[in-house]
Design a binder for this molecule. Structure first.
Ligand code: DX5
Ligand code: ZN
Length: 201
């Protein structure tokens, strides 16, 4: 499945509309607070989204941001394992709202750190770039993590999402369930053509 990141379209509601009307399976909505990562996000004039919304919170104060974006009626909310807060409490908070819950790991975080939570979550997001910006190159060193998670899927029920530097070449390097694609789609004048092509790979 393809989840298109609209991070680079924050001020371009017309292009967000085009993505919403494309064949993307989901819209990946990146949120940055200037604390967990140095950048901040501001989505000006966000159009009404009809695709399933996949929220990726790169923020310290997860629960506040969960509340802030409830109006988008998200399909899933993913937060980072590296936050300084009680992970179990955050998982319950999101689950109480009947929203799928995901945990993201930065490139320096090991898969084994997720083990205590795998039974409770719906999604694991493997960052294949450092969180904070679109347009960075895919980190091949992250491929073993995806393989490790594939094995763990025999015992636990979660989906694997990869995020960062995905294009028509790097998509072939890792076997995930959901591929987040940002600039490779949104830099194009024909985003739907790119989405169709990625889905055919
Ligand atoms: C990075 C974000 C990504 C980003 C992906 O911190 O989490 O979702 O938008 O963009 P590309 O595909 O350009 O790496
Ligand atoms: Zn993301």
């Amino acid at each position: 499945m393809i989840s298109t990141s609209i991070l680079k379209l924050q001020n371009d509601s017309e292009k967000i509309k085009i993505i919403n009307n494309s064949e993307t399976d989901m819209i990946h909505f990146d949120v940055m607070d200037g604390i967990f990562v140095s950048n901040t996000t501001r989505y000006d004039k966000l159009p009404f989204l009809t695709k399933p919304v996949d929220i990726h919170l790169m923020v310290e104060d997860v629960r506040t941001y969960v509340d802030k974006f409830m109006y988008l009626k998200p399909n899933s909310i993913t937060f980072h394992l590296e936050v300084h807060d009680d992970i179990n409490k955050i998982i319950s908070y999101i689950k109480e709202k009947k929203i799928k819950v995901g945990i993201a790991i930065k490139p320096e975080t090991k898969v084994e750190e997720l083990l205590p939570y795998l039974d409770q979550i719906d999604l694991v997001l493997v960052m294949t770039v450092s969180p904070g910006a679109g347009g960075q190159p895919f980190m091949k060193e992250m491929i073993p993590k995806v393989k490790e998670l594939r094995k763990l899927q025999q015992k636990h029920h979660f989906q694997i999402e990869v995020d960062g530097g995905i294009n028509d070449k790097t998509i072939k390097l890792c076997d995930a369930d959901i591929y987040v694609v940002g600039s490779y789609i949104t830099n194009s004048d024909y985003p739907n053509k790119i989405i169709k092509h990625l889905k055919s790979i």
